[in-house]
Design a protein around this ligand. Structure first.
Ligand code: RAM
Length: 399
């Protein structure tokens, strides 16, 4: 079933892209892990059966909601990795991007008996009771994309450094506002510093079209954008205030919010740190023939009509000259490797622990180490990758 083999050129392309993107500049994340949670609503008291010692049973992968290709691709990687090891996996996500919908679904699954849970959450709070029920039953939980409470997860699989993502998004938005192509031979930060050094125009204003107002991962990236904007080079040139709107990872709501940006006409560039938001904004800005530009985190397959697809095109005739993401399929597979390590080697996600991920598609076998940030432990799966006119064509069929 997963015979697409879309990632054959992934490593090579990714390494090239990373070099161009200046991946050395890793910084500490802007935010600490989620704070202690309020008591959860819902959840029933039925005791949950413990998972079988041999790893049999259903291994659950729960995304924030259904109908999101980003979640589907993570599951593709997760299930491919897990199935190769003989595990049975199931993709279950609620229709709505809410904490309550995830909690109800988790509660039912845990009562039925599941072997493990990988989850991307819709909020920092509200999961305590249901996660405690899983913990009592000995069901390992790993979070991915959007963090689960440090009290209940073994570790969080971090897609890329939070601060890198926030910084690169702001830098891209500023360069795009100034009509500057993605720099292939310098870091974006260097070019932003050069450009703003001689900039004397109106203060640049950036908008954010996010997912949910409470979504942990998007909020951590927004906080990182604000850290970036506090750097001296932006002072008086780019507003430190981001104009934030929330489309709840729903195409219709995201379209409404993108239309509001057009109607208000206050921002120069929208940063959408969600694949649903950026695709909706692309459509709105294109249709409106708006002067507002766009960047963010998007899937090349969903962004192809809003972005240049070949090096000889003028990127600025498109609403989104360049954007970012990471290898979503590989990210999902790393979560599978963490769950396997928990089940077979007693990997507990504590600081300094390591697990080995078997070779996956074009990725060689690799060790992943657990590190601590704030109150929580993390595993770093990858690095942000820039999609621009120089490489879009090769990515459209892959992600
Ligand atoms: C969306 C989801 C997810 C985010 C990606 C980039 O589909 O909101 O949380 O990480 O986009």
């Amino acid at each position: 079933m997963m015979k697409k083999f879309l990632a054959l050129m992934l490593s090579v392309s990714m390494i090239a892209g990373l070099a161009a993107c200046g991946s050395k500049e890793t910084e500490a994340p802007a935010t600490d892990a989620p704070a202690a949670e309020a008591p959860a609503e819902g959840g029933d008291d039925a005791e949950a059966p413990a998972p079988a010692a041999d790893g049999s049973g259903k291994h659950i992968f729960m995304f924030k909601s259904t109908g999101n290709s980003f979640g589907d691709l993570m599951y593709e990687g997760y299930s491919e990795y897990m199935s190769a090891l003989g595990y049975e996996t199931e993709y279950t996500s609620p229709a709505e991007t809410t904490v309550a919908a995830q909690v109800q679904m988790l509660d039912e699954l845990i009562t039925q008996g599941v072997a493990s849970i990988v989850i991307s959450t819709n909020g920092d709070t509200g999961y305590d009771e249901v996660f405690q029920k899983a913990k009592d039953a000995g069901i390992p939980i790993v979070s991915i994309d959007s963090e689960a409470s440090v009290n209940y997860r073994l570790a969080h699989i971090n897609q890329a450094e939070v601060q890198d993502i926030g910084s690169y998004l702001v830098q891209a938005a500023v360069l795009i506002t100034l009509g500057v192509d993605y720099p292939e031979d310098k870091t974006m930060e260097e070019v932003v510093a050069e450009q703003l050094g001689s900039y004397s125009g109106d203060e640049i204003v950036l908008g954010v079209l996010s997912a949910g107002v409470d979504t942990p991962v998007q909020n951590s990236w927004i906080a990182a954008m604000e850290v970036e904007l506090a750097k001296d080079m932006y002072a008086g040139k780019v507003s430190p205030e981001l104009d934030k709107k929330y489309g709840n990872d729903d195409p219709t709501e995201s379209t409404t919010q993108a239309n509001a940006f057009v109607a208000e006409n206050k921002v120069d560039c929208i940063i959408s740190p969600t694949t649903v938001g950026i695709a909706a904004a692309g459509q709105v800005l294109k249709q409106a023939n708006s002067e507002i530009k766009l960047t963010g985190l998007g899937l090349p397959s969903e962004m192809q009509s809003f972005m240049p697809n070949s090096a000889d095109e003028d990127a600025f005739t498109y609403v989104c000259p360049y954007m970012m993401l990471w290898d979503v399929i590989h990210l999902g597979a790393v979560a599978g490797a963490a769950i396997d390590a928990a089940l077979t080697n007693g990997w507990a996600g504590t600081d300094g622990e390591t697990f080995t991920m078997a070779a996956f598609r074009d990725y060689a076998e690799e060790d992943y180490s657990v590190y601590t940030q704030g109150d929580g432990t993390f595993v770093l799966a990858g690095t942000p990758y820039i999609f621009y006119k120089g490489n879009m064509a090769e990515w459209i069929d892959k992600l």
